[in-house]
Ligand binder design. Structure first.
Ligand SMILES: Cc1ncc(C[n+]2csc(CCO)c2C)c(N)n1
Length: 227
């Protein structure tokens, strides 16, 4: 795959080994792609994902406070805005069609897999620095970019067309490229050109890999709703 998500992300992805494939080729993802994923599993996932995105917005807001450069603040603040003001709408619309209100989504009980993932990312930011936080945030952004680009675009009558085409689309692929630029610039600013030879690098790999494992658990949770 040669889409330009920067140079930091591919190195962390390669260091994560097979867990990256477990995430991006999970049975839930394959079911989305071929349309066989049970609707119950998808809706259960979407309700949890609504709550997930709220906490992810908090994590990007934490990144605003951890940034060291105005450009970094701008990029992270823009992500907070996109999440709370725009990206929840796919979830709200799809769940409304199934009879769930936005209040139902906001007050949904968090599944342990959801709790574990979002609080892990927030803790990466609270206990660490800007790079630790970005390393934990990156699997989420880039993984959905890779998945979308691989599965889509699909015709509008595909059962999961809205979801797939959101992540396959130019707008989201641009989010991934911008995120790569942010991460590369942040690494260069703090660790220099030889980032991989610094003691901090191993910690970034660990944060990235753990967040990726938590994405796998999030898909497992989604499948469990369809059982
Ligand atoms: C479990 C889970 N992982 C990743 C995403 C994708 N995602 C989360 S936040 C965001 C915008 C930028 O941070 C995107 C694309 C998701 N929805 N749910």
């Amino acid at each position: 795959m040669t889409r330009d998500y920067g140079t930091t992300f591919p190195r962390l992805r390669d260091a994560a080994g097979t867990v990256w494939q477990d995430y991006t080729h999970h049975a839930f993802v394959e079911g989305l792609g071929n349309g066989t994923l049970p609707r119950k599993a998808f809706l259960g996932y979407l309700v949890q994902d609504y709550v997930f995105l709220i906490h992810f917005a908090r994590a990007w807001a934490l990144a605003v406070t951890k940034a060291d450069a105005l450009e970094e603040m701008r990029a992270c603040a823009a992500t907070v805005d996109a999440l709370v003001n725009h990206e929840l709408s796919l979830h709200v619309k799809t769940c409304a069609e199934a009879g769930l209100s936005e209040a139902d989504l906001y007050t949904a009980e968090e599944h342990p897999a959801n709790l574990a993932y979002t609080r892990y990312v927030l803790d990466a930011g609270h206990s660490g620095n800007f790079l630790d936080l970005l390393a934990a945030l990156t699997p989420c952004v880039m993984g959905y970019g890779e998945i979308g680009a691989r599965l889509g675009p699909v015709p509008a009558d595909h059962p999961y067309a809205d979801w797939i085409n959101t992540y396959a689309g130019d707008a989201y692929q641009q989010v991934c490229r911008d995120s790569g630029t942010l991460f590369d610039g942040a690494v260069l600013l703090r660790l220099g050109a030889g980032a991989e030879t610094t003691p901090a690098w191993g910690r970034l790999c660990q944060r990235f890999t753990t967040a990726t494992r938590l994405e796998v658990s999030f898909w497992d949770m989604g499948l469990s709703f369809g059982a």
